[in-house]
Design a binder for this molecule. Sequence first.
Ligand SMILES: [Zn+2]
Length: 73
Amino acid sequence: MAGHTAVRMCVICKKRRPKNELSRYAHTSSQGALVWDGKNILPGRGVYHCLDAACGEAFALRQAKKKAKGRSL
Ligand SMILES: [Zn+2]
């Protein structure tokens, strides 16, 4: 595994990048709230977006829209 770098996909632009070029967010609760996981230590399903400003903005917008929909369980 020497030299192996984990690669993850940005959920916005769908580009594959090394993990250290992405921001990780984790679903830590059943409500689907996403928490920024700066240290890559949080449990739960992770989602990633790359460090492009456009992707960061799109990601934030996406989360805001999800919240606006409310929780219908
Ligand atoms: Zn991206």
